[in-house]
Design a protein around this ligand. Structure first.
Ligand code: S3P
Length: 170
């Protein structure tokens, strides 16, 4: 069993922020699947969606998961919101879900200092109605695949990081 922590959850729930805080606090490396895909494709996620389409992006996610399975251990891995669908997720490490209501997520994104940028870089969040539908579709599947579920609402990043370490670190 790999000792990676695999952080999943819906767009905008705070995976990146939490992952960076965790890596700093527990002195480990954090890699992010969107960053890995962007570097391999030499394009932003938004451009991949526009130029190659969503199906191509999902293939990139699977290729990324295969690489992690083969090459990465003892790391903290933050994942794009759709990464939970890769076929080998369970082989990659302990799966931790950051969970919050759609309303909480929407509020977090729309009141962030760099709100416009946060929304712009996420093609699947361009229409809130569609994003809510996607949230509803994924809600159960996220919980089903997760080894650990962490409710993020009303918690500081410091508390979240501590809770993840306590519940998921092997
Ligand atoms: C996606 C989430 C995004 C990114 C891509 C698709 C999704 O990552 O991978 O836009 O399908 O939920 P974040 O969850 O980091 O926004």
């Amino acid at each position: 069993m790999k000792k990676n922590i695999i952080l999943i959850g819906f767009m905008g729930v705070g995976k990146g922020t939490t992952a960076r805080a965790y890596a700093q606090r527990y002195n480990c490396f954090n890699i992010d699947t969107d960053d890995l895909i962007e570097s391999k494709e030499n394009k932003k996620i938004k451009e991949i969606f526009e130029e190659n389409g969503e199906a191509y992006f999902r293939d990139c996610e699977q290729a990324c998961a295969n690489w992690i399975e083969l090459s990465v251990d003892n790391s903290f891995i933050s994942c794009g919101g759709g990464f939970y669908n890769v076929s080998n997720l369970k082989e990659l490490g302990t799966i931790v879900l950051l969970d919050a209501s759609y309303e909480w997520i929407y509020n977090r994104l729309s009141t962030a200092e760099n709100s416009k940028a946060k929304l712009k870089k996420r093609p699947l969040f361009s229409e809130p109605k569609k994003a809510k539908k996607l949230y509803k579709e994924r809600e159960k599947a996220y919980k089903k695949i997760a080894d650990v579920v962490i409710d993020v609402e009303n918690k500081t990043i410091k508390a979240l990081v501590k809770e993840i370490h306590k519940k998921a670190y092997i």
